[in-house]
Design a protein around this ligand. Structure first.
Ligand SMILES: [Cu+2]
Length: 127
């Protein structure tokens, strides 16, 4: 019985020590993460590991469709070097106000945000 008590008493400080070393490990794991974040700046692929980070960019294109139900404007847009996009036709989310400002076949310059959640037009300028 006494032996059990002794072990319990000894185990308490050991558990505390284990907690301390656990914290040390966590701190060490932060270091490579910081390096990864720095490397991300120079990387080619914005879609990789950016989480919910959004990037802003501007582009020019032609409106090919407006979908009120989906809340999108589809744009045949030119290349967007800032975020390494080729020219393509794609749907952007756009609020009702923006959707009402454009019509199919119209040339537009627009600003948008893009990230893992999709791409959202934030402003439109007619060409
Ligand atoms: Cu696109």
């Amino acid at each position: 019985m006494r032996t059990t008590t002794l072990i319990t008493l000894l185990a308490a400080p050991l558990a505390l020590a284990a907690c301390d070393s656990g914290q040390d490990t966590a701190e060490m794991e932060d270091m490579p993460m910081a390096e990864d974040a720095m490397m991300m700046d120079g990387q080619d692929m914005p879609m990789t590991d950016t989480g919910n980070a959004m990037q802003s960019a501007s582009a020019q294109g032609t409106v090919t469709a407006i979908d009120a139900e989906a809340g999108t404007i589809t744009v045949d847009h030119g290349p967007v070097p800032a975020i390494e996009w080729p020219a393509m036709t794609m749907a952007f989310e756009a609020d009702e106000q923006l959707r009402s400002e454009v019509s199919v076949g119209e040339g537009i310059a627009f600003e948008f945000r893009t990230g893992s959640e999709g791409s959202v037009i934030t402003s439109i300028t007619k060409e």
